[in-house]
Design a protein around this ligand. Sequence first.
Ligand SMILES: [Zn+2]
Length: 72
Amino acid sequence: MIVKIRCPKCDTEGGFSLAEPIYQGPYRCWKCRELFTIRIENNELKSCEPLSEEEFEQLQQIEMMRKKMGRG
Ligand SMILES: [Zn+2]
């Protein structure tokens, strides 16, 4: 499933592939490289807030840990 996300900064549309219809986490615009925290419900973008590089790295680490734990 690909959800379309329009970057609030540069107005460029990007595709975000999802395994589940609900997602909350980091998104990086492919064009301007701006970072956002996005929330997707039922394959629709519900919120998009600016994210700092530092916060983005923290979220990525959490995500990696989750994946490792999920696979046992
Ligand atoms: Zn952008």
